[in-house]
Design a protein around this ligand. Structure first.
Ligand code: PMP
Length: 409
């Protein structure tokens, strides 16, 4: 195995050398957006300063080089998640766009009145709202896998929900609000037994663990570039071999066609069929560089290291009286959500900012999770490969100070 060199990794991220509020920046908001290593910044700079051109329809060398780099990034992404072919990789604008693509291209074409869609109680709004919109449109019914007091899915309830009308199961691999890791491989296997199509939201999984879409046997797997050391504006939708044929076009326009006349348009083959217009070329190339970077560190090594960070953080935060950890699943990744006494999480976050500690406070686009735990919001610290035990200590010291300043007890 490779040596995980945290000192080198920290050097790779220019932004981490900054100060915040006169203190060294302690960045604990990677679940919202991760920081960018220099190799990705340099790759974007190189593309923009010497390779930029439109792709796919060029006769000049700049254009064909840009196409090679863009399609090369698709291949890197395909290999990274072990897709069967780069043709199964659709570039989107992000995880949200990927879900909406499936809703429009697959959902509107294949679901009918009375069909059922299962989502879990742990979903980000982006994996709830598009399905509600679809249900409203076609008369399908949304079913929800409940979560228990720890923030784990009730799998017995899930199995009871599966049935002959289940057309689609949409589930997150890792909860962005409380960090629960779901047993998606087993859940996909059960869904397949009733003939349902499966979609996994991997936005919070891909940056933190090895992902193998063929081992998972899911039909769709999606994620965002900006949460995995890549740029914003680029996302991925893996479309497995069994669903591509059942999908209509998404946006109409250039590149997604083979032939257009006023009488009839013949659509292009996947993935171009789903990529109308000029794609996020820089974003894709930057994402390719991010994939290279993550692989050079090693996803297993990252998973192991972040697991140690999270364990340490859970242990240390338990030392503070009045702190309630929200989400105590047995299997968690990269996210620590908590409440400090009766202090509003926004106040916790704002005060922590004064100590240079950047966390998130809010509902994390997962209001049903907040409702389940009967809190309006949580304070959320989230980890990435570049965080350290010192970062955890800074968080803990910060929370103690917040308590001292604000607690009514
Ligand atoms: N799913 C999960 C689990 C997420 O954490 C996020 C981002 N917070 C999204 C989907 C949506 O990603 P994006 O905003 O990049 O489209």
């Amino acid at each position: 195995t490779k040596a995980f060199d945290i000192h080198q990794i920290r050097q790779d991220f220019p932004i981490l050398q900054q100060q915040a509020c006169g203190k060294p920046l302690v960045y604990l908001d990677s679940a919202a957006s991760s920081q960018t290593p220099r190799v990705v910044i340099d790759r974007l700079h190189r593309y923009q300063s010497s390779e930029h051109s439109n792709v796919h329809r060029s006769v000049h060398s700049l254009g064909s080089n840009a196409t090679l780099a863009f399609e090369g990034a698709r291949k890197k992404v395909a290999e990274f998640i072990n897709a069967g072919s780069e043709k199964e990789i659709v570039f989107t604008r992000g995880a949200t766009d990927s879900v909406n693509l499936v809703m429009h291209s697959f959902g509107r074409r294949n679901l009918r009145s009375g069909d059922e869609i299962i989502v879990t109680g742990l979903e980000h709004h982006s994996n709830i709202v598009p399905w509600q919109m679809l249900c409203e449109e076609v008369g399908a019914v949304l079913r929800v896998v409940p979560i228990d007091a720890r923030g784990e899915l009730d799998l017995a309830a899930y199995h009871r929900l599966l049935g002959p009308r289940t057309r689609l199961v949409a589930m997150t691999q890792v909860s962005n609000s409380i960090g629960t890791v779901n047993p998606v491989q087993d859940m996909v296997a059960s869904a397949r037994k009733v003939g349902a199509v499966t979609l996994i939201d991997g936005a919070q999984a891909v940056p933190h663990m090895p992902v193998d879409v063929r081992a998972l046997e899911c039909d769709y797997y999606l994620f965002s570039g900006h949460k995995m050391c890549g740029p914003t504006g680029i996302g991925v939708l893996y479309t497995g071999p069994n669903v591509q044929e059942r999908m209509g076009p998404y946006l109409g326009g250039g590149d997604m066609i083979l032939r257009v006349t006023f009488e009839k348009t013949v659509y292009n083959v996947p993935p171009q069929k789903f990529e109308a217009g000029t794609p996020p070329i820089a974003g894709a190339i930057g994402l390719g560089a991010a994939v290279d970077y993550l692989q050079s560190v090693g996803m297993r090594e990252i998973q192991q290291y972040e697991g140690e960070l999270l364990d340490y953080a859970l242990e240390r935060i338990a030392e503070i009286d009045g702190v309630r950890v929200i989400g105590t699943a047995r299997h968690k990744a990269s996210v620590l959500s908590f409440m400090v006494d009766d202090i509003h999480p926004h106040d916790v976050g704002s005060l922590l900012n004064g100590y240079g500690v950047a966390i998130r406070a809010g509902h994390h686009c997962a209001q049903p999770v907040m409702d389940h735990f009967d809190v309006p919001a949580t304070a959320r610290a989230s980890f990435a490969l570049y965080n350290t035990l010192d970062d955890v200590d800074a968080l803990i010291d910060g929370v103690r100070n917040v308590k001292r300043i604000l607690s009514s007890q």
